[in-house]
Ligand binder design. Structure first.
Ligand SMILES: *Cc1c(COP(=O)(O)O)cnc(C)c1O
Length: 483
């Protein structure tokens, strides 16, 4: 039986289904598998030619007991989840012409055109599968820096056993991202635009934590979360590391580097865990914009919260990379007591400075960079002008980091993760390309369609959010609970 435990040590081990449906562990920690399965070279060789969905089945099977989801059920869930993706291969790759051995992994061909579709396509379908089987309902509440919200809303829309509330910081995400959420007309989707968020989406996470702590409310509405703290997302995101690796190596066993635009560290944590399992990754590169929490962690050994800066890569304007605690747990031999104390220290002082031994332990195999908007825009322009390939601002942050760290990457192949389609960020693209007219590659039919649809949205000021949200959610629940 594969068991899941809290990385802060509280509660009892639970099975996969419980870990997924609970979101957070009972003690507020993050669920992790009790042991990470190992994947050897032989296994990787057998997986070499699998398509994305077939590979996902193999990787996920290492984490899910067949008694919880049968082979057939897991295959079905995966088929349903990735059917709406626009490319047959789900995740295409592009080799840059202007750089040696550098590949872009396009994680944005899902229905809401960001990499959040990858994790949420699976997770939301999985949750609904569990709920249908148990004949139960759940209310999902998520906060978004612009991309989680659309993906969570899209995959929840019309699902029989789910009600989904998505909170976004009004004015801090693009209008295109906003419309992806507000133009869904389904009765079970509730976008909430929150004005005056001083610290972006981190503010909203705080309110969600308060809703969770409100036990009677939580029990009544059966709250859960599909934020990147949910194990299901991290687990699913491991698959694209295996997939990208197998696509670009000449021989299995060869080491490659992977650069990842990072905010909450969910994506990169998955990469770190894939490497712990045995995937031959040389360096993982944490690519930050000027909100450089991860860069401080990996270059200075300091986890600290600073003022938020609005940047051109707004989806990674995040101050607290919560999933770092998940990776750290494995790096320090699962010492949950230490994790618990650091989290407490961070909550009270806003800073944790790691001792030298811990720093050395976790930073092995990681590099990091913090890029300015100018560097990000320049690289979008350079690559578009020289090889007619258009990066979005987040993919660009990864390429800036790869360029900057090229020498340390030791002539090995570099895979840069591109996490969004450029059409979600039209004003940044215009600025980067010094034009007022977007090229066709910077547009997307789904974004164009959403411009012509009615918006359906709740609006609220951050000051009143907790109370207002409880009122709205409770009213909705009371009006619809005979369902
Ligand atoms: C969410 C997001 C990221 C960051 O992913 P994390 O898992 O939070 O580190 C990067 N790019 C885009 C476009 C995103 O939406």
């Amino acid at each position: 039986m594969i068991q899941y435990v809290s990385n802060t040590g509280g509660g009892k081990p639970v099975d996969f289904e419980t870990a997924i449906l609970d979101g957070f562990a009972v003690d507020g920690g993050l669920y992790v598998p009790e042991t990470l399965p190992k994947v050897g070279k032989e296994q990787l060789m057998k997986w070499k030619d699998l398509g994305y969905v077939e590979l996902a089945f193999e990787v996920l099977s290492l984490f899910i007991d067949r008694s919880i989801i049968s082979e057939k059920e897991l295959k079905n869930i995966l088929q349903t989840a990735y059917a709406p993706f626009k490319k047959e291969e789900v995740i295409p790759l592009y080799q840059l012409k202007t750089r040696s051995q550098t590949y872009i992994m396009e994680l944005f061909h899902g229905p809401t055109i960001s990499f959040k579709d990858i994790g949420l396509a699976f997770l939301v379908n999985l949750i609904n599968f569990f709920l249908e089987r148990k004949k139960e309902y759940l209310t999902l509440v998520v906060a978004t820096t612009g991309d989680t919200g659309p993906a969570a809303a899209y995959f929840s829309a019309g699902k029989s056993n789910l009600d989904t509330w998505v909170l976004y910081p009004k004015g801090l995400i693009t209008e295109e991202q906003e419309r992806q959420m507000t133009t869904l007309q389904h009765a079970n989707i509730h976008p909430v635009g929150v004005a005056n968020c001083q610290e972006g989406a981190d503010d909203l996470d705080l309110i969600i934590a308060k809703l969770y702590a409100n036990q009677s409310f939580k029990d009544k509405l059966k709250l859960s979360s599909v934020n990147s703290i949910n194990w299901g997302r991290v687990m699913m995101q491991m698959v694209h590391y295996f997939y990208g690796y197998l696509r670009i190596v000449d021989t299995v066993g060869e080491q490659i580097n992977i650069a990842v635009p990072s905010g909450a560290f969910g994506n990169l944590c998955a990469g770190g865990l894939a490497r712990e399992m045995g995937l031959p990754i040389n360096y993982l590169v944490a690519a930050n914009n000027r909100n450089a929490c991860l860069h401080r962690i990996f270059s200075e050994g300091r986890f600290s919260k600073e003022e938020i800066i609005e940047t051109a890569s707004s989806a990674i304007d995040i101050l607290i990379p919560s999933n770092f605690w998940r990776l750290l747990y494995f790096r320090i031999d699962k010492d949950s007591e230490k994790i618990k104390n650091w989290i407490k220290e961070f909550a009270t002082t806003g800073t944790v400075t790691f001792d030298k031994k811990t720093f050395e332990k976790y930073r092995k195999g990681f590099l990091s960079n913090s890029s300015t908007d100018k560097e990000t825009l320049d690289i979008i322009n350079e690559i578009y002008t020289s090889e007619n390939y258009l990066l979005d601002p987040h993919g660009a942050v990864a390429v800036v980091a790869a360029d900057r760290l090229r020498v340390q990457l030791e002539d090995k192949k570099v895979l840069c993760l591109a996490t969004a389609h450029p059409s979600k960020f039209p004003s940044v693209i215009k600025q980067a390309l010094h034009t007022t007219v977007l090229p066709k590659v910077a547009t997307h039919p789904s974004i164009e369609t959403a411009k012509e649809l009615c918006e359906k949205v709740h609006l609220c000021d951050h000051k009143y959010l907790e109370k207002a949200l409880i009122h709205a959610m409770e009213t909705n629940w009371d009006l619809t609970k005979e369902k």
